[in-house]
Design a protein around this ligand. Structure first.
Ligand code: SF4
Length: 409
């Protein structure tokens, strides 16, 4: 099979991994010879560095052959899809030639499981080793690790990769047992625990003052599929909170389940609304940066996030007695709970009010969304009056429904 054909199959097969996916625009292409550019091509995706830089990555699978039969996966052994497999050298050469052409700044490599987890992981690690040791590649490398692979291989992967990830796949161990019986949820968490120890060890200084070898300096992340089973948002956020706490993950990625061809009847026929995935990301942000607990973020009786408004606004609407908040006096923890105030704007408010009182006109200078903020704050020259008692406040704060996700088939 030609390299280009392999690239088409294995870049397309990698699109299910949300760790660095981009979506939500119209389908456009110039493959008919008209125009220039395309929004439908696979293979190069974007990820964000901790400092906010956007990094383009060659995102591919080493192979989409797989001996496992996870029912939610298009690459499962029983799936009827075209298959392909790269050699180690092919991935290395593709990465280097894309890099030299300035198409990418790094590689995101995942794989189906061929023969057994150790054999697959050896191949994945070998790609990273050759890039780093033979070609002195300084670009970004993100490796998806195989949870059942031996700890020694995980350690080697961490020496070459900037970031490692292990997918928990589904929000609960019970769902994983039912939809991916060959996978072991406890083993996945054990591997995450081992990675956490190695990542932490690599940051400690030794007695001689020297640092141990670098190990996955970008930390570890995971992904879970949302909507393939009946787990509600409360349980999903509980799982995320546990993963962040127990394994110090950098990110949990949420990927809305996308129906696959010839699917098992254990799966839903329809994808969940994309806005659910969006709300989970917003809720995840509240967990990590805004001091919210998983239990308080869910405001609905059904254990689900409110799809009409973002989770912070939903919380504020349910706790109206705690508002309006005085922007000049409230502690930081309360400012972070005001709808429309982000971590950066709260920092700006705290700095500005040390110099003088913040007034209504300053809100525009601080680039705040007045529509969101005004019902919940009080200033020396502004009071929201009875707007918090308004039964239509939620409707007034609703935003237009975000764009629909591309169908994956
Ligand atoms: S192990 Fe990975 S690639 Fe294989 S079927 Fe399961 S999810 Fe798909």
């Amino acid at each position: 099979m030609e390299l280009k054909q392999k690239l088409e199959i294995l870049a397309d097969a990698a699109k299910y991994d949300a760790s660095c996916a981009s979506s939500g625009t119209d389908k456009r292409t110039s493959t008919n010879g008209k125009g220039i550019g395309s929004t439908t091509g696979m293979g190069i995706c974007h990820s964000y560095a901790p400092d906010g830089r956007c990094i383009s990555l060659l995102k591919i699978l080493l192979t989409n052959f797989c001996v496992y039969d996870c029912v939610y996966c298009v690459n499962r052994v029983s799936s009827n899809v075209p298959r392909a497999r790269f050699s180690v050298d092919e991935v290395v050469n593709l990465t280097l030639s894309f890099y030299r052409r300035n198409y990418i700044e790094g590689l995101f490599l995942s794989s189906g499981i061929i023969r057994n987890p150790d054999y697959t992981m050896e191949q994945v690690v070998e790609v990273a080793r050759v890039l780093r040791e033979v070609h002195d590649f300084r670009g970004y490398i993100h490796l998806k690790t195989i949870p059942d692979a031996s700890p020694e291989l995980m350690v080697r992967a961490g020496l070459y990769a900037d970031r490692l990830s292990i997918n928990v796949e589904l929000p609960t161990i019970a769902s994983l047992q039912s939809l991916a019986p060959e996978k072991d949820g406890k083993a996945i968490r054990r591997s995450m625990g081992q990675l956490r120890l190695k990542i932490e060890e690599s940051k400690e200084k030794t007695l001689t003052g020297k640092r141990p070898p670098r190990f996955s300096p970008g930390g570890q992340s995971t992904q879970m599929i949302v909507g393939a089973d009946s787990t509600d948002d409360r349980a999903i956020l509980d799982t995320s909170a546990n993963l962040y706490g127990a394994f110090r993950l950098r990110r949990v990625y949420y990927s809305a389940f996308s129906p696959i061809p010839d699917a098992s009847n254990m799966l839903p026929l329809k994808a969940p609304p994309l806005v659910r995935e969006h709300r989970l990301y917003q809720a995840d942000w509240l967990l990590r940066f805004y001091g919210f607990d998983a239990e308080e973020i869910i405001t609905g009786q059904d254990g689900m996030l409110d799809l009409d408004v973002d989770p912070k606004t939903a919380w504020a609407l349910q706790h109206r007695e705690q508002f309006p908040v005085d922007l000049n006096r409230a502690p930081k923890a309360m400012l972070l709970r005001v709808p429309g105030l982000g971590v950066t704007s709260v920092a700006r408010i705290l700095a500005a009010r040390k110099v003088r009182a913040i007034r209504y006109d300053d809100l525009t200078r601080l680039r705040l969304s007045l529509k969101k903020v005004l019902p919940f704050v009080v200033l020396p020259d502004y009071h929201p009056g009875r707007s918090l008692d308004d039964n239509h406040l939620k409707q007034r704060l609703q935003q237009p429904v975000p764009s629909q996700q591309f169908a994956l088939f």
